[in-house]
Design a binder for this molecule. Structure first.
Ligand code: RUQ
Ligand code: CUA
Length: 623
């Protein structure tokens, strides 16, 4: 970009970018229709093809876990092939795996059938991915834990009280002590309190929060919350190494504006990044300084100082990303042409020296000039930054539709590669951990216009694979995904050791049975339990008789111990769609309120006699 001088130009540039932003988001930039067009620096095609080719039977080097946005799911890809390997349902029922149909997953979902997944967070040990769990946020105020032993969602916490619009989540601390949460949409709290929108600035409240994670089991529970002014908290990241013990969140709307936010919340030259001393918050809670609000312990910075500080950051910052050594906090103001590198040591010095320029509802505001190291001229609309193993940083540029590569410390921008089109997040291999792996980077683009066979108005989203192993970045491959990718994380494949069957001896389900002789119906009054065994190629019992009005629990065990031998239990009239993995037991409880004869069958093709795997549920009319 042009190096124009600060001050007078800022607003002019802001307006320009605002216009570009709305063009970018509102409609697609013009792209060649049907033309095979390489966007920018494509490497030699044969070289690119070879770099992404994973021969039949060979395995990818990395897993990519990509958020599925409002699909409520997580998509798993292999890198570099970019092949879609699995869909992990999290907040949404998913018939393909029977998720949300059996008693346990139904209970986990509550009555909600969707959420908006933005940021996956792999569990960490000493700041590096340990391959145990994947946490993902739901915008409704929930966080889910996926166990990477079986790639299944095992826990959902929330909606967490007082957190409204949990966008700045689910980033984890370096030893997975906490997952982060924050309010994007401030409301009067506790929930249920009403205040007119005219009193937004004073009566609405935001919070930044943390969910406690048990380091042995991954089990999550409510941690603490800190009360903030009604800013819109956006993205977060945890400190690491020298900045371990701190959490950072960006906000827009430090104007506390309402109405047409695209104008009203873009007035100030600078918004803020919150810096939170989470060990101090933890201690304050232990010391009894939290007040119960809506069922969670909340800390008020006016009464408990020393927990939270505000770092001014240029024009509506979006991403905040801590460098692998923990030294720099990179804040990207999306309405400007630079990204700002803050120095963690300078932040600490400024806090010690009370180098403040004022406060916001009792939260001290640090002096910008005292804490920033550089404004790096990366290009227009910087959003997110990832890191390589060699001191380079990669920043996505929404307005420029490109990725900039630049050096930490010298702040020199060394390369740019165009993205097709309008990149949001980007993901380098372990690129937010203490030991980034380099090699590959994936751009998660908001638009894919014209680069694939048309599938009608709902177009796929674009994932572009970029080679970052050399000085110049090179586009390798266009892949596509379903709406709506936000953040993704890429982990070395050998770190994960998923199981392929549930071992019989590990199945502790009280209703599990392993012998077909034990299959059958037992009754206590009008409560009926049916123990079912599925094994190639019969569902035992082959007929189930109950009476209208009974409350029936089907407990289905797949007694196979062979990889890939899944069975299903499908029965449309009662909306059963149970999928049972080898060695697994699942239950479904229902009221037999419709008399009749209803066939059930195995939904997963399992053997040459798969079609024979069927039976009848007979619901007799009440006498
Ligand atoms: S956001 S395009 Cu929901 Cu992570 Cu930045
Ligand atoms: Cu079991 Cu098909």
């Amino acid at each position: 970009m042009n190096q124009r001088k600060r001050g007078g130009m800022t607003w002019g540039l802001g307006v320009g970018i605002l216009a570009a932003l709305s063009v970018g988001w509102g409609c697609a930039p013009s792209a060649p229709k049907g033309a095979r067009k390489a966007a920018g620096t494509t490497s030699d095609l044969a070289v690119a093809a070879q770099k992404t080719y994973v021969a039949p039977g060979d395995l990818d080097e990395f897993y990519l876990f990509s958020s599925g946005g409002h699909s409520g799911q997580v998509y798993v890809y292999g890198v570099p092939s970019m092949r879609h390997l699995a869909t992990i349902p999290v907040f949404t029922p998913y018939p393909a795996t029977g998720y949300g149909f059996d008693d346990d997953t139904k209970a986990m979902l509550g009555n909600l059938t969707w959420d908006d997944v933005h940021h996956p967070a792999l569990s960490e040990t000493n700041g590096d991915y340990d391959g145990r769990w994947l946490f993902v946020n739901g915008m409704s105020g929930r966080i889910a834990r996926i166990d990477l032993k079986d790639f299944k969602t095992r826990q959902i916490v929330g909606p967490v009280p007082n957190v409204s619009g949990n966008h700045g989540s689910s980033f984890v601390t370096p030893n997975t002590e906490y997952a982060m949460m924050a309010s994007r949409f401030s409301i009067p709290i506790p929930k249920g309190t009403v205040a007119p929108i005219e009193r937004y600035a004073t009566d609405y409240r935001g919070v930044v929060a943390a969910i406690k994670i048990d380091s042995k089991t991954g089990q999550m529970s409510y941690g603490w919350e800190i009360l903030t002014p009604p800013f819109d908290w956006d993205l977060g990241d945890a400190g690491k190494k020298i900045s371990d013990g701190w959490m950072f969140w960006t906000c827009y709307n430090s104007e506390r504006a309402t109405g047409k936010l695209e104008v009203t919340a873009s007035q100030r030259d600078r918004d803020y990044i919150a810096a939170v001393d989470w060990r101090a918050a933890e201690k304050a809670i232990a010391d009894g300084k939290g007040e119960m609000v809506g069922g969670v312990k909340v800390l008020d910075p006016r009464k408990v100082p020393g927990l939270i500080y505000l770092m001014p950051c240029g024009k509506s910052p979006h991403g905040v990303d801590v460098s692998p050594d923990g030294k720099y906090v990179i804040g990207s103001g999306k309405l400007q042409g630079v990204t700002t590198a803050f120095n963690f040591e300078k932040i600490q010095t400024a806090i010690r020296n009370k180098d403040f320029t004022g406060d916001e509802d009792g939260i001290p505001v640090l002096k910008y000039e005292s804490i920033k190291d550089a404004e790096v001229p990366v290009g227009l609309g910087p959003l997110h930054t990832q890191f390589g193993p060699d001191g380079y940083a990669y920043t996505s540029l929404f307005v420029d539709s490109a990725i900039a590569k630049w050096k930490l410390g010298t702040w020199e921008v060394v390369d740019k590669v165009p993205m097709s089109y309008s990149i949001g997040h980007l993901c380098a291999a372990e690129g937010d951990a203490c030991s980034p792996k380099g090699k590959y980077l994936v751009g998660l683009n908001k638009l894919s216009h014209g680069r694939h066979l048309s599938v009608g108005p709902s177009q796929p989203e674009s994932l572009q694979l970029v080679d970052i192993s050399e000085e110049k970045m090179k586009l390798l491959y266009d892949a596509f995904t379903e709406p709506e990718p936000h953040y993704a994380q890429m982990i070395t494949a050998t770190t994960l050791h998923p199981i392929e069957v549930y071992a019989k001896e590990d199945n502790k389900h009280p209703l599990a049975i392993w012998d077909i002789k034990d299959a059958g119906v037992s009754r206590a009054g009008n409560k009926v339990t049916v123990k079912v065994v599925e094994v190639r190629s019969t569902i035992y019992p082959t007929a189930i008789e109950v009476t209208e009005g009974d409350t029936v629990t089907l407990a289905i065990t797949n007694i196979e111990q062979t990889t890939d031998e899944l069975h299903g239990f499908g029965l449309l009239d009662y909306n059963f769609n149970i999928v049972i993995d080898p060695g697994e037991t699942k239950t479904v409880t229902f009221k037999a309120d419709k008399p009749g004869v209803f066939p059930y069958y195995c939904t997963n093709f399992c053997s040459a006699l798969h079609q024979e795997m069927q039976g009848y549920l007979i619901v007799k009319e009440k006498a």
